[in-house]
Ligand binder design. Structure first.
Ligand SMILES: [Fe+2]
Ligand SMILES: [Fe+2]
Length: 363
């Protein structure tokens, strides 16, 4: 009982501190800080877009654009036009040799991944059904379809390669679909940032056949579209909220996101314990051998930028996790043998791969 009260108080304190920091970070994400202006300018230059010059030659912040009909149109059109049509049943699964199969089976993610994708599909599809704006509803319903497709693909993969998955209860539709979409979306922002880095390590290390990597690359890209959508959807809702109610919206969102961060961080410290598979994306780089925290975070940042680069430069990018990681990188000393500012080396190259393969993926 006493422990329960202490645990609740600690959770409250954790969430409160995290919420305060996140509240500040939302200023970044909503496009009103200098940092955000610079990121917007860089996105525009990369995309070759015409830079609208304002006073002092700096491109104008598009804070008025956020929440406009055009913002909604660009967001939803971008999302719908970049959707890839395919059916999970059309996927041709490659034959795996014994080593690759053992590595795949030993990844501690399958129970959690199948369960999470199934519940996310139901959560997003529910919002798609109740969203009153038809343009938004179509885009959200499409995202719900993609999440359902992720769950179906994972189901096919686990059956194809004989990976045992624990049964789980059929997910129930959420009572508050908007709140749940916000929580799920920001949870995806956290997971995807680290998953992008992990996926790049898996690809470069060639621990899995290229044919299998190629199947999952479009799925990672879909997750990039999902997090792009959620931050713009959230900023759109905020901009449409009357000014007097905006601080309440921000605080509610900060609390929801803080809860996601605290939960993800706690899961990352527990991964593997008591059979837990939650939090692998944040701590899973350890499973790939000797990769320093700095190298891993630099790789995640680079992959995050690369995956979000193709989309309309006017759309906001997730800023919360990348800004926290950039700050953390200032505090982490450079890797030995590499001067600060030099690009991260490709992890797990050459002979080290076979060594890691033996060390890490013990069946
Ligand atoms: Fe997904
Ligand atoms: Fe997603």
């Amino acid at each position: 009982m006493e422990f329960g009260i202490i645990a609740s108080a600690a959770r409250l304190a954790h969430n409160g501190c995290a919420a305060a920091w996140i509240y500040g970070a939302f200023i970044l994400e909503n496009g009103s800080s200098r940092r955000s202006r610079l990121v917007t300018e860089r996105n525009e230059r990369r995309a070759g877009a015409v830079c609208r010059k304002g006073e002092g030659g700096r491109s104008q912040v598009k804070s008025k654009w956020i929440g406009s009909e055009e913002h909604k149109r660009v967001l939803c059109e971008t999302f719908v036009k970049t959707h890839k049509r395919f059916l999970p049943e059309e996927i041709e699964w490659p034959e795996l040799d014994a080593d690759s199969l053992n590595r795949l089976k030993s990844l501690p993610i399958w129970n959690e991944a199948v369960k999470t994708e199934s519940s996310t599909a139901v959560e997003v599809q529910t919002l798609g059904r109740v969203e009153p704006d038809p343009i938004m509803a179509d885009a959200i319903a499409l995202q719900g379809y993609e999440e359902g497709r992720h769950a179906a693909i994972l189901g096919l993969l686990t059956r194809r390669y004989g990976i045992a998955v624990e049964p789980f209860e059929e997910p129930a539709p959420p009572e508050d679909p908007v709140r749940t979409f916000l929580a799920t979306g920001y949870g995806e922002c956290l997971d995807s940032f680290f998953a992008f880095g992990l996926f790049a390590i898996g690809k470069r290390s060639q621990l899995f056949p290229a044919a299998l990597i190629d199947i999952f690359d479009p799925i990672m890209q879909e997750e990039a579209r999902h997090i792009l959508f959620v931050v713009n959807w959230s900023a759109y809702l905020r901009a449409r909220t009357p000014a007097l109610r905006r601080p309440a919206y921000d605080l509610r969102k900060a609390w929801i996101v803080a809860d996601q961060i605290v939960t993800h961080a706690r899961n990352a410290t527990r991964v593997g314990g008591n059979g837990s598979q939650e939090g692998f994306t944040m701590s899973g780089h350890n499973a790939f051998g000797e990769l320093s925290a700095r190298s891993f975070l630099e790789l995640c940042l680079a992959e995050n930028d690369r995956r979000l680069a193709p989309y309309d430069p006017r759309l906001l990018r997730p800023a919360l996790v990348p800004s926290a990681v950039r700050f953390a990188l200032r505090l982490i000393p450079p890797n030995r043998g590499r001067a600060s500012g030099e690009p991260a080396e490709c992890p797990l190259g050459g002979a080290r791969r076979a060594e890691v393969s033996r060390e890490v993926f013990r069946p």
